[in-house]
Design a protein around this ligand. Structure first.
Ligand code: CMC
Length: 436
């Protein structure tokens, strides 16, 4: 295929045998251009083939931009470092949903609206009691967010912009409540209701860690740390779970059910489950002197073991979120007076060795956000099974923002990929008695 820049619009020429077709090239504001193959099948009778979507832009979006080679992440054009340093999570939510940073009045109004939706229907608590106490909180979260679709019938007409916004606010507001309930249920403690005079992250910490018999005092440094962790996870372009939400939503499905689909996808260890897997791996390594053994295993093609928290489909440079997470990790450990964390020592040494190793250098494998998040969340008091739940809580705004953008796109159609079929060709049915 040749790409040429003519006088007017750019196009690419696809030649198959004797025939050629012009394919339009579309330009983004930054990042790679895309070859528009929407009419390819109609014109050539051929599909494109790209398992894992490594070269495919699945949609047009103006929410989040990643430059994986430079290690840049922008939400609506703003660098993640600046948002994490100077803003708060609800400001990031506003930015992702509305496209601009709020004025002081808009921010106050948004915070108020989110705060007024933090409670879940009382019936939900009975729904929780149907689970075994040892259920993984991600299993509980998938189910309980899916169950929200049975409760809020006044915000599910997706053709109505106002209802779309109410559903969005509800999801951002109720997620901390559900996540905290999932945690409380596994530890056998009573659910704690939201307290609306607290900010979003302090309220979440209180719902997780307060008990009725004692007053819980929120440590502002720790609540700021968790708020920053939420900002870092808020959106990440067309990743697997976001694409899942978009695909589920493309059929016109209930918005709460679409978010439940995203949570299910996030759970996997190659995606959001990597923070849990990374911490387990550090624990399994156990001591600095065993690191070379694990590096060797990660490089061995016959061993399925991978360094969890390392590598990324898009970042071929240091994940910018990982840098901020590393700093946050040190701040949290410092505040809690944890001077020696053996897992942190292993993480720092593992990172140092891997970043010098030819295998990792050649493949541009750097620590990703999950490498330091587990150590931080554990120090904050969360069990490993809650790590991905916190990721889901934070990513909800990204999912819902991307879902809204898709629904509001006038050219939106149901997502329906095609395939390269390699199964049996047409054959006749054989009655069971005659089969050998
Ligand atoms: N340890 C060892 N080797 C690795 C690793 C790793 N963590 N990641 C990739 N590689 C190797 C892989 O074996 C392959 O080598 P070769 O070219 O010799 O076959 C090469 O690097 C490219 O890997 P890939 O699997 O083709 O890359 P991918 O883009 O399909 O996978 C990934 C990306 C994130 C799934 C993968 O790097 C991985 O499994 N990492 C560990 C899990 C993890 O930390 N996931 C969190 C991602 S960030 C949070 C999020 O977005 O959810």
């Amino acid at each position: 295929m040749d790409a040429s820049n003519g006088n007017s619009a750019k196009s690419a020429t696809l030649t198959i045998g004797e025939q050629s077709w012009d394919l339009p090239i579309l330009k983004g504001s930054i990042g790679p251009d895309v070859v528009d193959i929407g009419k390819l099948y109609g014109q050539t009778g051929m599909f494109t083939y790209d398992p894992g979507f490594t070269s495919t832009a699945s949609c047009e979006s103006s929410i989040t931009y990643i430059d994986g080679d430079e290690g840049i992440l922008l939400y609506r054009g703003y660098p993640i470092e600046q948002l994490a340093e100077s803003g708060d999570f609800l400001e990031t939510c506003y930015l992702l949903l509305y496209g601009e940073l709020p004025t002081a009045a808009q921010k106050a109004d948004f915070d108020y609206r989110v705060t007024r939706h933090t409670m879940v229907h009382e019936q939900m608590s009975r729904f929780f009691h149907g689970f075994r106490r040892d259920a993984h909180p991600m299993a509980v979260l998938v189910a309980s967010v899916g169950a929200l679709s049975a409760f809020y019938h006044d915000s599910t007409d997706i053709a109505d912009p106002q209802q779309r916004m109410i559903a969005s606010i509800r999801m951002i507001a109720k997620m901390p409540t559900l996540a905290a309930m999932a945690y409380k249920y596994t530890v056998g403690q009573p659910f704690v209701y939201p307290k609306n005079d607290l900010d979003y992250s302090s309220n979440f910490l209180r719902m997780c860690f307060s008990v009725p018999c004692e007053e819980y005092k929120v440590n502002p440094i720790l609540s700021r740390a968790i708020d920053r962790i939420f900002i870092l996870h808020a959106d990440h372009e067309q990743n697997a779970s976001t694409s899942t939400v978009r695909l589920a939503g493309s059929s016109g499905a209930n918005p709460f059910a679409c978010i439940a689909a995203g949570i299910a996808c996030l759970w996997g260890p190659a995606h959001g489950g990597a923070n849990e897997a990374a911490l387990k791996m550090l624990g399994e390594i156990g001591s600095v002197d065993r690191i070379p053994e694990y590096i060797k295993r990660a490089k061995d093609k016959n061993d399925p073991f991978r360094l969890m928290g390392f590598g990324h489909r898009v970042y071929k440079n240091y994940d910018p979120r990982a840098k901020i997470m590393q700093k946050t990790c040190h701040e949290v450990l410092g505040e809690l007076g944890i001077k020696d964390d053996p897992l942190l020592d292993i993480a720092v040494e593992l990172e140092r060795i891997a970043l010098q190793d030819e295998y990792f250098v050649e493949r541009k494998l750097y620590p990703n956000i999950d490498f330091y998040s587990g150590i931080t969340l554990r120090a904050l008091g969360f069990p490993t099974s809650m790590f991905t739940v916190l990721f889901a809580l934070a990513r909800t705004v990204g999912w819902i923002g991307q879902w809204k953008e898709m629904i509001e796109d006038p050219g939106q159609r149901i997502g329906r990929p095609r395939q390269l079929y390699t199964g049996a060709t047409s054959r006749d049915y054989i009655p069971i008695a005659r089969r050998k």
